[in-house]
Write a protein that binds this ligand. Structure first.
Ligand code: SAM
Length: 234
């Protein structure tokens, strides 16, 4: 795959401008120069090949070919609503969910949650989504929402398929079918698990408890396993 660069404001005229980190990455890290061809994507689904026409200190100009490159989004729009694991395990989870094609990541705050990312940390994590998208060839950035209380999310989530991962739930072969073009939400609890009250409330709101196997998975393993199972069905 060609080197890829992120330009959120893709112009309608015949020049793309990279500035800041993206310009530095092209010229100083990848050491590309005039005449080199790269891919540029806008994070909203559009990508095209472009030729470098000028390299300045913190600015690179490119001429786009304009022909859209294939979109690599999976057929299901999956929201993963997850408690936040400690330390860099959340960074790792975000990178892997971006690679898998998860549509949206919704951090949730549950009764037993111990981590609540905000502010600068969310900005840093959004940068990690850009980096993972550059690496894996994804043209649409995974959305990263602000943390929300679990009870508020129970009422806000409107996807037809709403699954809560909980030991003892339905095995994968009995999960509701999520077909291409449909959307789904999968919720993952904190290290201490969802409380019985939280699971009961979810059931009352139409959520289905699902199992991810016989062993107890850490938050990030559960998120990746659940996302893979759902996305591979679409
Ligand atoms: N002691 C906790 C319990 O029994 O729920 C373990 C929590 S686990 C470390 C973190 C979250 O991952 C759980 O709340 C659940 O959402 C998900 N999870 C982990 N293993 C699972 C499994 N085998 N089946 C379903 N969900 C699982």
């Amino acid at each position: 795959m060609a080197d890829r660069f992120y330009c959120p404001a893709m112009p309608s005229n015949d020049q793309i401008i990279l500035e800041g980190d993206e310009a530095k990455h092209l010229s100083r890290v990848r050491r590309l120069g005039v005449g080199d061809r790269v891919e540029v994507f806008d994070g909203k689904g559009f990508a095209t090949v472009a030729e470098v026409i000028a390299v300045m200190r913190d600015r690179v100009e490119l001429r786009p070919e304009g022909i859209p490159l294939p979109d690599r989004e999976p057929p299901i729009k999956l929201t993963l609503a997850t408690a936040v694991p400690k330390g860099d395990r959340f960074d790792w989870l975000i990178e892997k969910l971006t690679e898998l094609g998860v549509w949206r990541l919704q951090p949730i705050i549950t009764e037993r949650s111990v981590v609540d990312p905000r502010g600068a940390k969310l900005d840093r994590l959004r940068r990690a989504i850009v980096e993972a998208s550059k690496q894996c060839g994804r043209n649409r950035l995974m959305e990263l929402e602000r943390p929300i209380a679990w009870r508020s999310w129970l009422e806000a989530a409107k996807d037809p398929a709403r699954l809560i991962a909980h030991p003892g739930g339905s095995p994968a072969r009995s999960w509701p079918a999520v077909n291409a073009g449909e959307s789904a939400t999968l919720a993952i609890g904190p290290e201490g698990g969802f409380t019985d009250g939280e699971v009961d409330e979810a059931k009352e709101c139409g959520w289905i408890p699902v199992s991810l196997g016989q062993t107890l998975l850490r938050i990030e393993t559960a998120g990746i396993a659940g996302a893979t199972l759902l996305l591979s069905n679409g």
